[in-house]
Design a protein around this ligand. Sequence first.
Ligand SMILES: NC(=O)c1ccc[n+]([C@@H]2O[C@H](COP(=O)([O-])OP(=O)(O)OC[C@H]3O[C@@H](n4cnc5c(N)ncnc54)[C@H](OP(=O)(O)O)[C@@H]3O)[C@@H](O)[C@H]2O)c1
Length: 279
Amino acid sequence: MDNILVVGASGTVGLELVRILKSKGHNVIHATSKVEDLKPNQVHLNVVTKVGLKNAFEGVDKAFFLSPPGYANQHELLIPLIEQAKINKLKKVVLMTAMGANAVDSAPMRMAEVYLEKSGLQYNIIRPNWFMQNFNTFWLQGILSQNKIFLPVGKAKGSFIDARDISAVAANLLENDKFNNQDFDLTGNDVLDHDQVAQVLSEVTGSKISFQDITSNEMLSGLLGAGLPKPYAEFLIMILGFFKLGYAERVTENVEKILGRKPIAFKQYAKDYKSSWVK
Ligand SMILES: NC(=O)c1ccc[n+]([C@@H]2O[C@H](COP(=O)([O-])OP(=O)(O)OC[C@H]3O[C@@H](n4cnc5c(N)ncnc54)[C@H](OP(=O)(O)O)[C@@H]3O)[C@@H](O)[C@H]2O)c1
């Protein structure tokens, strides 16, 4: 059994990843940016300030890395983690970036991927598509207040992935060496536009939820109004633009290849998270 450091342990992917790893008997070290009231299995590690970096890796065998949302300079957050993993001679690192991150080598997430690929460490890179869980987190407010999903994506479709599948894939890759040093784009099987997403949410909740296409400028104003830092808000507008151009439509077989089962369907996600949208 391994000592596994999980960055983002309290987040959408990390929480379920921690649950799976613990259920397999691993000792999981939960990295957190919080400084107070740490539980025995938590360690302070701030990937922005680098405070706690060396300490967090003590006794660690393997690690899962992500860059927290809110930052567009992801390489500056991730590369020091990879460097520390090298210093501590970790047996394996699983890095989560995002589908499309490897489109150009100058993209911040890609710079971190290349650094890991050249590090000499055993690794996997996973690049998930847009999460289904965005509908019960980032896009939730519009659904609760106006029964609407507001996004600047037109009729473009996405092969949304359930974050629970990402956690299961990450756990599998951390445990097994079969796929070492490979990268995987991760998608669901259902390819839906946002009218179709809204229809499924309407069916499951019993209330009429609809999609409203908005302009990128309207979206940007909303994000800035919600307090997002400008560089990150602009990054989100850029990747929503890629969604609108159709880059999120692609389906891969990688979840099934790694887990030996189909990805979770969008309707199943909606049923499991129904309480998020029922007022
Ligand atoms: N949402 C999508 O559709 C999508 C699609 C593809 C890829 N992604 C990628 O997924 C990642 C986000 O994953 P997620 O949704 O699972 O995360 P999340 O739910 O937003 O949680 C963020 C995590 O990061 C930790 N964190 C925040 N600030 C930190 C800091 N300064 N230092 C260390 N840890 C910090 C938080 O824990 P504490 O509060 O305890 O520090 C929390 O566990 C991003 O890299 C994003 O690009 C997202």
